[in-house]
Ligand binder design. Structure first.
Ligand SMILES: Cc1cc2nc3c(=O)[nH]c(=O)nc-3n(C[C@H](O)[C@H](O)[C@H](O)COP(=O)(O)OP(=O)(O)OC[C@H]3O[C@@H](n4cnc5c(N)ncnc54)[C@H](O)[C@@H]3O)c2cc1C
Ligand code: FES
Length: 266
């Protein structure tokens, strides 16, 4: 665990906020798709660590600055949403494997559900560091237009952005996988990669959509986590290994990014 200090806590949309955390300059630089475990240090009360994807990272000679895009889901995220500048947190990471960008693709489709946009935004912000010259487009599904607008703020300068909302208040009215399905008609599957992050219903819908299509898709899973480092087995998911046998993998240590085809859903 590394001690960090909150330097900013900015509301992004109802129930969503962006946390900025100052860390030592020696904190390891994360790659996109990696996550950190964050523990709130509130007056000695027992707080639990929670996983968050890296949303932004900068370093200068004196310190590192980590950004997280967070949604209030329950107790710990509610407490984090109330932290003021100067509050202390513990940060473990960067953890997990992250996404892989290959050079031999012409097109990268980013598919996000809600705050699943966080690691994909980190890629868009850091894109110059990755060797790919592929055209990139982002498909985001969100509850409503206010949240969707906040989640894609600044991203339309970096790629084409397509929005779907549950209530139809912005973009397509319905699941993001439906606008993605329409987009796939114009794709050369061999030369396209999909990178996805979102809640389980979106990931399942993506698996159904791509089941009969020879297209590579890496997906970051949002499984519940306790230790974050592979010790408690609290985050295992069923997968099929290269021999076709079913087995379990730990999302925190073996993931959170998996090849969509290796995941077992039943
Ligand atoms: C690798 C990874 C990266 C993540 N990145 C982000 C991020 O960038 N921004 C963000 O806001 N959230 C992210 N999450 C989800 C976040 O960790 C949970 O929302 C958080 O742990 C909930 O803690 P809580 O104490 O507030 O809620 P709890 O009281 O623990 O749970 C409240 C509700 O949220 C559900 N929940 C809890 N944990 C998860 C989870 N991991 N995934 C989905 N539902 C959950 C519970 O089932 C319950 O319904 C990520 C999760 C993982 C595994
Ligand atoms: S959270 Fe403990 S093994 Fe993954």
């Amino acid at each position: 665990m590394t001690n960090g200090r909150i330097t900013g806590n900015v509301p992004a949309a109802p129930g969503h906020f962006i946390l900025s955390i100052a860390l030592p300059a020696t904190f390891q630089e994360p790659s996109f798709g990696q996550f950190v475990m964050v523990r709130n240090l509130l007056n000695g009360k027992a707080m639990l660590s929670r996983p968050f994807s890296v949303y932004g990272f900068h370093r200068d000679a004196h310190q590192s600055a980590l950004e997280l895009l967070c949604r209030v889901a329950g107790r710990e995220t509610k407490l984090l949403s109330g932290l003021k500048a100067g509050a202390g947190v513990e940060v473990l990471g960067p953890l997990g494997n992250g996404f892989t960008i290959r050079k031999d693709v012409d097109r990268i489709i980013l598919a996000a559900g809600g705050v699943g946009v966080a690691p994909l935004s980190f890629f868009l912000k850091e894109r110059a560091k990755y060797p790919s010259k592929a055209a990139v487009s982002l498909f985001l599904g969100a509850k409503n237009g206010e949240i969707a607008s906040a989640l894609v703020k600044g991203l339309s300068d970096t790629c084409a952005v397509h929005i779907a909302t549950d209530d139809g208040s912005l973009g397509f009215h319905g699941p993001v996988t439906e606008i993605l399905a329409a987009e796939l008609y114009s794709c050369d599957f061999e030369r396209t990669r999909i990178l996805a992050c979102g809640p389980t219903p979106m990931t399942r819908a993506l698996a159904r959509l791509l089941a009969d299509k020879p297209i590579d898709c890496q997906v970051s899973l949002e499984e519940r986590m306790a230790c974050g480092v592979g010790a408690c087995l609290g985050c295992v998911v069923p997968v099929r290994n290269s021999h076709g046998d079913a087995m379990y993998k730990r999302v925190c240590k073996d993931g959170p990014v998996f090849d969509l085809r290796e995941l077992l859903w039943d």
